[in-house]
Design a protein around this ligand. Structure first.
Ligand SMILES: Nc1nc2c(ncn2[C@@H]2O[C@H](COP(=O)(O)OP(=O)(O)O)[C@@H](O)[C@H]2O)c(=O)[nH]1
Ligand SMILES: [Mg+2]
Length: 231
């Protein structure tokens, strides 16, 4: 039970989790989330990319609504966030990298008036146990590009732990199917004039299984996302 007054009490919060072959992580992720969300009005949505394991069964058994998506992390998020009923939407990973204790801050940020609150591993107080030096370099390069091209002030770009006001999310008109989705959200949020805040976030090492992002393949996807959004 989170300490202190729950600012968002009463409002429905939707937590949307894209998941591909996360059977071993799904139980601990959802129990951590449920522990932190006690006292809130919330729904859990897991968007399963047709996992080969029992990801969907575990999610259902833990009380989540399960949806399916065949394309990628981006399309899974678009589908799940689009179907969510909450006034406040949260996206989070299924690999135990995101700390459920940070949910309260993500929710409060929307409740006090922001449209998009995005976790940053590179703000003071944040960090990552799960990112290689090469990816830190690539991320910094893309942050610099996005900030210069779109007059933005981000410190992180390719990170999926965030919250949205539902009405603001609807304006974004997202289309990235894969790992370009976080970049697309950051760019379109600026272009649409959303009220944005970053908060420090600590990314933990993925628990079980392998990450699906590939440094060069998805680096290229992110670059294409930036270029596509210039026009
Ligand atoms: N539905 C769905 N989820 C995916 C897909 N690819 C990755 N994910 C999920 O997206 C989240 C982030 O993916 P991950 O592989 O950990 O990426 P990384 O942390 O950037 O290396 C995890 O919850 C994955 O299970 C996909 O193709 N479909
Ligand atoms: Mg991960």
């Amino acid at each position: 039970m989170p300490k202190g007054k729950l600012l968002a009490s009463g409002k429905l919060v939707s937590i949307v989790i894209p998941a591909l072959n996360e059977e071993r992580n799904m139980g601990p992720v959802l129990s951590g989330v449920k522990r932190q969300m006690s006292g809130y009005n919330y729904e859990l949505i897991v968007v399963d990319g047709h996992s080969r394991d029992r990801t969907a069964d575990v999610a259902r058994r833990m009380g989540a609504k399960v949806m399916y998506d065949e394309l990628g992390k981006g399309s899974a998020l678009i589908r799940g966030l689009g179907a969510a009923k909450g006034e406040i939407l949260v996206s989070m990973d299924a690999d135990l990298s995101n700390e459920p204790r940070e949910l309260k801050l993500l929710i409060d940020a929307i409740d006090i008036g922001y449209d998009l609150c995005t976790g940053s591993r590179f703000l003071m107080g944040g960090g990552s146990e799960d990112i290689s030096s090469l990816r830190v370099f690539g991320n910094k390069f893309f942050v610099f590009m996005v900030n210069s091209l779109f007059s933005a002030n981000y410190t992180d770009l390719c990170y999926g732990y965030r919250s949205f006001r539902k009405s603001a999310f609807a304006k974004l008109d997202l289309e990235e199917v894969g790992f370009g989705i976080e970049t697309e959200i950051n760019i379109k949020a600026v272009k649409k004039g959303l009220k944005i805040i970053e908060i420090p976030s600590t990314e933990k090492k993925r628990a079980a299984g392998e990450g699906k992002l590939t440094t060069f393949g998805d680096g290229f996807v992110i670059l294409k996302t930036i270029i596509r959004n210039l026009f």
